[in-house]
Write a protein that binds this ligand. Structure first.
Ligand SMILES: Nc1nc2c(c(CN[C@H]3C=C[C@H](O)[C@@H]3O)cn2[C@@H]2O[C@H](COP(=O)(O)O)[C@@H](O)[C@H]2O)c(=O)[nH]1
Length: 336
């Protein structure tokens, strides 16, 4: 397991021991049942090759995965949370993350996304607004604009303008890539929360968007005849802590919410980022996924066909959340 998830789990255990955890519980009995069910299901493998959404060219997709992940966060209108960012084009409508991806594809298509191309398109805040034109405006537009400016600047300064060099400089290793993303692109990929107690300060280094970029890449690299080689050390990653995965884990009983939190989520009230409630939801997601993967893969080697990677588990949970009725938590954040 990578060191950041390890830290989250260690800190979660400490908080549990000190009875500081208040809002979310991980239910071991439900994990056992859930794992038994997963074992009966075919593993979900997503290649991120959806028509009109993702570039078909594998290397163009590898670039796309990093750039789009930096702005893959918060799609609900924060005044009317039931309303997600939406794009309509004649017959088709795209929502949430799909709509954001579509904005990139409709402009760049199969073109490689480099700092030079980004600079032309995102030359002003108005231009960024136009890029994301939809039925409903994309939330936190200004944050997205400045994150893209960071991508442009840092790619130019450190990576010769091309996101492919991030993979290359990381030697196609998932953990080195994770570290490069968070080190060089703080606005885009930093994602750490803290819980302060009288005894110590506990860090929760989630880095959700950086891990998501890596998952997207790995998904495409596992497609038959993919031009991309799979990243080494990928199986060290165990969770992508967004708002959909905990929604799903809660629906299958793996995560239990305390009554006050349940009400807040049900009424779609805002939970601010870095509040203990929000940290608990995300940290419990890491803890739960770690236990799930451990049980699911117990006694199996990574090359066993029954082995579930985080790409398989996350896809099951993320897509599974689409048919859950109970809402997800609403947090105005650029982290997820
Ligand atoms: N754990 C995990 N979280 C993921 C993804 C994806 C990527 N799937 C897309 C990739 C290509 C396709 O076009 C899919 O749309 C997005 N998210 C997160 O979900 C939230 C958006 O949700 P919604 O409002 O329903 O669109 C937001 O926090 C976003 O960052 C994933 O795979 N795993």
């Amino acid at each position: 397991m990578e060191i950041y998830a390890e830290k989250i789990i260690e800190n979660w255990k400490w908080l549990k021991k000190k009875e500081i955890v208040k809002f979310v519980d991980v239910n071991p009995t439900c994990i056992d049942k859930y794992v038994d069910t997963l074992k009966t299901l075919p593993k979900k493998q997503v290649y991120w090759d959806f028509e009109n959404i993702h570039p078909k060219d594998d290397f163009a997709f590898a670039r796309f995965a990093i750039i789009t992940s930096a702005i893959n966060f918060c799609y609900m209108d924060l005044q009317k949370p039931e309303q997600a960012f939406t794009i309509k084009e004649s017959e088709t409508s795209y929502k949430g993350a799909m709509a954001m991806f579509r904005c990139f594809f409709r402009t760049f298509g199969e073109k490689n996304i480099t700092s030079k191309n980004l600079k032309k398109v995102f030359c002003s805040q108005d231009a960024t607004k136009e890029f994301f034109t939809g039925v409903v405006q994309i939330p936190m537009l200004e944050y997205r604009h400045w994150i893209i400016q960071e991508l442009i600047t840092v790619l130019d300064e450190k990576f010769n303008g091309d996101p492919i060099n991030l993979y290359e400089d990381s030697n196609w290793d998932a953990l080195l890539l994770l570290d490069k993303l968070i080190q060089y692109f703080p606005m885009s990929f930093q994602d750490i929360s803290h819980i302060y107690t009288t005894q110590k300060t506990l860090q929760f280094p989630f880095f959700k968007k950086a891990k998501l970029a890596i998952l997207l890449y790995q998904g495409r690299s596992s497609k038959t005849n993919s031009q991309l080689k799979p990243l080494s050390n990928f199986n060290e990653i165990i969770a992508v802590e967004d708002y959909r995965v905990p929604q799903y884990l809660n629906s299958v009983g793996v995560l239990n919410y305390q009554d006050d939190l349940k009400k807040i989520i049900e009424k779609q009230q805002i939970i601010l980022p870095h509040q203990q409630m929000e940290i608990e939801i995300r940290a419990a997601t890491t803890v739960a996924n770690s236990l799930i993967l451990e049980k699911l893969n117990s006694g199996l080697k990574a090359d066993d066909s029954r082995y579930w990677s985080i790409a398989n588990l996350d896809a099951h949970e993320w897509f599974g959340a689409q048919s859950v009725d109970f809402p997800h938590h609403i947090t105005p954040t650029t982290a997820y």
